[in-house]
Design a protein around this ligand. Sequence first.
Ligand code: AMP
Length: 290
Amino acid sequence: MNIIRTIRAMTSWSERLRRESVIIGFVPTMGALHDGHRALIQAARRRCDALVVSIFVNQAQFGPREDLTRYPRPIAKDRALCREEGVDVCFEPTADVMYPEGFQTVVTLPEIARRWEGEARPHHFPGVATVVTKLFGMVRPHLALFGQKDYQQAALVRQLVKDLNLGVEIEVRPTVREADGLAMSSRNVYLNADERMVAPWLSRALRTGKQAIEGGMKDGAAIERSMRKAIEQAPAIHVEYLAVCNPDSLEPLSSVTHRAVILGAIRIGSIRLIDNLLVNAPARKSRARR
Ligand code: AMP
């Protein structure tokens, strides 16, 4: 496996392969790799001839009071996972390679990034949109894979690629979970034993909402109330939002008639967790014609 740190080396590697019609897959990450990342890497491996994983803790997507300095950086372990999964290039740009002196341009966000994570973390999506655009320019992949775990991020990336004609196919893969339902996340290592015990309540609340929809409940506000009631049973959880939304626009649904995405964010102590579930409303029974 190649470890590449400069833009010039990364781009010339990709350009050479592109000239030979090799299909390049790309999985951007912030490292601290877990089985969710592994599943993305494996899916990319199946679809591509050559595979790049980037590991870059992007300071631009952290707010001033967020966890940038303590974000886990187990680089030797991450490289070992990449080697194990047959990754061809581990791209590890440094902060000054990514944001050199004089860097100025920031990507403006689409409407889809306004609510939810956009509201809770105003620095986050501008940083994500900018770094993804830059990484695509450096890695020049044909295909890039993202996790449904960060549903709004994936939606933002799709829109970005479409609006700015970035020419990269985007594939979104399902969320990988722990046995008790907790969505895997690099931030789960921050949870102490008590916090870890209550963390799966987020996914339980989302499942309550999903079951309500599948059982025929349509009223968005009532579904949200049923989720809040479920999660109230758990101690020490502060709900930031639990929302039933249109899966394309991410606007809240007053009535769920087709597909929906249920988005959730909670805080347990100082740790913030997000999760989501896609749901299909039951098909309406067609009335027999008389
Ligand atoms: P991160 O390292 O947190 O920036 O995540 C890198 C990529 O992995 C993003 O596309 C995430 O959505 C994806 N990812 C993170 N956690 C999971 C998970 N539990 N299941 C699937 N994909 C995930």
